[in-house]
Ligand binder design. Structure first.
Ligand code: CTP
Ligand code: MG
Length: 242
């Protein structure tokens, strides 16, 4: 089936607290860490803007940063120049709450949505395009995933209880793409049934087929202090009201 998406938006999640990075980020949330002259969240916005199918972006920030960041996006980053429609909203306590808040901002005619961690600034436009192609070709949901090289074991109380079949495992990344109505349905069900998950595919895979395409080795998530070395000269950009 071929039914090209007409209005794909991206949700860029930047409402986390970066607790695993801790003091290594100088007390600043990791989404604001600067790399090559721009904070992490802005790198992904620029990448999405280079993909023809992407029409808009919702930036999700910590509630206290929403007003200053909206002003910064307008005045300092000149977000209009992305050539996308854009909005800002407040995140929630968990990642999935932030996604839900972002989904609520999507326009009615948005038919496809890419959910992306701002902590993955190296995502390529090519991967975004491949994900959109998946939906254009009839999939309802798709995620990038990498084969893994370590052997993964289930452990309880310090004792191995199971060794998983490595060939069946994938380490999944973002962006993940969904039909908008399907992602909305998954989030509604998550609230009703109390699902607690770490990515959106974990919800959607319970109600629909999520296909996996090859991810990118370079599309890492900045998570621990060791990851900072992967950003050149990490420096800090503090949001300030201009
Ligand atoms: N995120 C979010 N809202 C939350 C939690 C996370 O928007 N309540 C975003 C983060 O900003 C990040 C992405 O989701 O870009 C992936 O989350 P993660 O790497 O876990 O970031 P943090 O939650 O900020 O870090 P930590 O778990 O170490 O506190
Ligand atoms: Mg987190």
């Amino acid at each position: 089936m071929n039914r090209p998406l007409k209005n794909t938006w991206s949700i860029i999640l930047a409402a986390g607290s970066g607790s695993r990075l801790g003091e290594a980020a100088g007390g600043v949330r990791k989404q604001y860490l600067e790399f090559k002259g721009a904070p992490l969240f802005w790198h992904s916005a620029r990448t999405f803007s280079r993909v023809a199918g992407v029409k808009g972006v919702v930036f999700v920030f910590p509630p206290e940063d929403v007003i200053p960041m909206e002003k910064q996006l307008r005045q300092f980053f000149k977000a209009e120049e992305l050539g996308l429609r854009w909005k800002v909203c407040a995140g929630g306590e968990r990642r999935q709450d932030s996604v839900r808040h972002g989904v609520a901002e999507l326009p009615r005619d948005c038919d496809g949505v890419l959910v992306h961690d701002s902590a993955r600034p190296f995502v390529s436009a090519r991967l975004v395009r491949e994900l959109i192609d998946c939906l254009d070709q009839g999939a309802q949901a798709a995620t990038p995933g990498l084969s893994i090289t370590d052997t993964i074991k289930r452990v309880a109380d310090g004792v191995v209880t199971e060794t998983l079949v490595r060939a069946e495992l994938r380490s999944v990344q973002t962006p993940q793409i969904f039909e908008t109505a399907l992602l909305m349905q998954a989030h509604e069900q998550a609230v009703q049934e109390g699902w607690d998950v770490t990515d959106d595919a974990s919800m959607v895979e319970r109600i629909a087929e999520v296909i996996v395409i090859p991810g990118e080795q370079g599309n890492i998530k900045i998570t621990t202090p060791q990851d900072l070395a992967k950003l050149e000269e990490p420096r800090v950009t503090v949001p300030c009201v201009g």
